[in-house]
Structures are given as structure tokens and as C-alpha cells.
Design a protein around this ligand. Structure first.
Ligand code: GUN
Length: 311
């Protein structure tokens, strides 16, 4: 068997075309151009590349974007003050703080400072918690992109064994919650899991986000499994490489994502989708949903469609 390739670039192209139409419609009907502000603290070269990709993708679909570059030594309260200024700005619809941050910042406090209305990364505590009870406003972009890829290919999730390798806050954990919301049977493995293969071999759908090059070999994969590789690593020659031994595993799997060109383009695309949804929600205005007050004193009132982006 040689697996069918889940081509993230092609699926992303379709979703971006639809997103561009939504932008055009919003601008024509409500005079609103969706606006994403990306905050980059310091000059981490990898973060800079990611941020530039996001800015370029915004331009492709007609989303306005602003890059705010802040000194790596910025005081924690000044970063939070900048976020609060953007929260109040009516022409900003999405706010993204590129991670990682310099170590003197409390990442969770920074993410909680972002208005839940504008949290297009889906990293605010409310959105993370919302995944548990099916009330999230913005789903985190990478797991949301994985879901959209599976749906696009018509791969069913309900009742399937899903094994997730990697338990990070931004991929593994939300991925598990989104799969549970779709009635999959989920196992989450991590660096301390004993006998990883015992879990991966059970998977109908294997999602790998461990950050370990070629962690998954063919012998760890069930024949006919769907294999989603979220890993982005560089080999000694600087070439991109996933967490899955692609050439070997593709002979076992039914579907597989390549690296590059798999999950990566979907992640950026879902950021665009979330940003347009944020702007649409603000344009819809009238329909209000009450949220509990944010513990940090942020706005407790959210306008728009509850859970519209829950994958
Ligand atoms: N750093 C690595 N991935 C991400 C992401 O998806 N969002 C943000 N804000 N920072 C990241």
C-alpha cells in the first residue's frame, strides 16, 4: 500500500479562497476590513519567519495586518498595557502574541490579557477551557487545521482510535479535546510514555506533534492508518523534516501528510479563518452572549455566534 497524500497546500488554497470571499463580503456589506495585530517580542529568527508568513498570508486574502515589534527587554506590565490598548481599539479584530516570549514574561498572564473576543490563536484560558465543554470561541489553529484536513478528505473520526504523540498546550492537549468532542477514543502520549509503539500501533488516526525527527517508523504504524505529522524539524543540512519517517510510513498508511506542505499551511490558514470570524462577529454586533467576567478585569461581554469556530 502506498498512502494517499493529504496535501495541506491544496486544502489551504481552497479555504483561503473562501476566506477571501468572506473578507470581500464583510467589506462590501459592513465596511469592515478584518485587522490582525501580531506582537513579536525580540528577534528570535524562527519566530520572525513564522510571523512574516502570517503577515504574507493575511495580505493574500485581503486581511489587514500590523506587526508590532517590541524590545526583548520590555517590562511585563508594558507588554500587557500594549495588549490592553489593542483590546480597546475598535479597528483591531485579532491579536496574536508570537511565542515563545523572553523568560521574564509569564506566558499565561500575557495570553489571559488578550480579549477573548480577539484571541484568534485560541490560547486564552477561556478558549482553552471552552474546548472541554464545547463552548470555545476560537479553536487553536494547528488542531483546527488538522480537523479541517480530515474533514476535507472525508476521513471519519467518530468511534475511531486516535493516538496523539505530544501533549503540548498548543497542539496535543487541544487536539485531544477536539477529538473527544467528535466521539473519538483518544490516547495521549508524551515524553514519559513507556512503550510508545504499544499506543501508536492501535491508532486508526495517528497525530504526531513531538518535535523529534523521525520518531515514528513504519513498524509503529497500523496498516491502513491515517498519519498526521505536525513536526517541523531541521536536519543537519537545514532541510525541513517531520516527526514521521515519511518514506517508510507511507508504505503502511492509507493517508499521510508531508513535511513541508502538510499541516503547516493549514495552521496559518486557520489563523486567517479565525481573524475573519472575529471581524464578522463584531459586525454582527447585536446578538450578545454573556460570559463570566474575565479574572483580569477584561470585558466579560462577548458579541456574536457562540462556538461558531468550534471544530
Ligand atoms: N509559536 C509557535 N507556534 C505558535 C502559534 O501557533 N501561535 C503563536 N502565537 N506562537 C507560536
Amino acid at each position: 500500500m502506498s498512502a494517499r497524500i493529504l496535501d495541506g497546500r491544496e486544502i489551504a488554497r481552497d479555504i483561503r479562497a473562501d476566506t477571501a470571499l468572506r473578507v470581500a463580503e464583510l467589506t462590501a456589506k459592513a465596511g469592515i476590513v478584518p485587522h490582525l495585530v501580531v506582537i513579536l517580542v525580540g528577534g528570535n529568527p524562527a519566530s520572525r519567519v513564522y510571523v512574516e508568513n502570517k503577515i504574507r498570508a493575511c495580505a493574500e486574502v485581503g486581511i489587514r495586518s500590523t506587526l508590532v515589534t517590541l524590545d526583548p527587554g520590555i517590562a511585563a506590565q508594558d507588554l500587557i498595557a500594549e495588549i490592553e490598548r489593542l483590546n480597546r481599539s475598535p479597528d483591531v479584530h485579532g491579536i496574536l502574541v508570537q511565542l515563545p516570549l523572553p523568560p521574564h514574561h509569564d506566558i499565561q498572564a500575557v495570553l489571559r490579557a488578550i480579549s477573548v473576543h480577539k484571541d484568534v490563536d485560541g490560547f486564552h484560558l477561556y478558549n482553552v477551557g471552552g474546548l472541554v465543554v464545547g463552548r470555545t470561541i476560537f479553536s487553536p489553529c494547528t488542531p483546527y487545521g488538522v480537523m479541517r484536513m480530515l474533514d476535507h478528505a472525508g476521513i471519519p473520526v467518530e468511534g475511531r482510535n486516535v493516538t496523539i504523540v505530544g501533549a503540548s498546550n498548543i497542539v496535543g492537549k487541544p487536539m485531544a479535546l477536539m477529538m473527544m468532542a467528535r466521539d473519538a477514543t483518544v490516547s495521549v502520549c508524551h515524553a514519559k510514555t513507556r512503550d510508545l509503539a504499544q499506543y501508536t500501533i492501535l491508532a486508526d488516526i495517528l497525530i504526531v506533534a513531538a518535535g523529534v525527527p523521525r520518531l515514528i517508523g513504519a513498524q509503529m504504524v497500523r496498516t491502513g492508518a491515517v498519519v498526521i505529522d505536525v513536526g517541523i524539524n531541521r536536519d543537519p543540512q537545514g532541510r525541513l523534516q517531520g516527526d514521521v519517517d515519511f518514506d517508510a510510513v507511507r508504505e503502511r498508511a492509507s493517508y499521510i501528510t508531508p513535511v513541508p506542505g502538510g499541516v503547516g499551511p493549514m495552521t496559518v490558514t486557520m489563523l486567517l479563518v479565525n481573524t475573519v470570524s472575529a471581524a464578522e462577529r463584531i459586525a454582527e454586533g447585536g446578538r450578545a452572549l454573556m460570559l463570566p467576567e474575565q479574572p483580569d478585569g477584561g470585558p466579560g461581554r462577548l458579541t456574536g455566534r457562540p462556538g461558531a469556530d468550534a471544530a
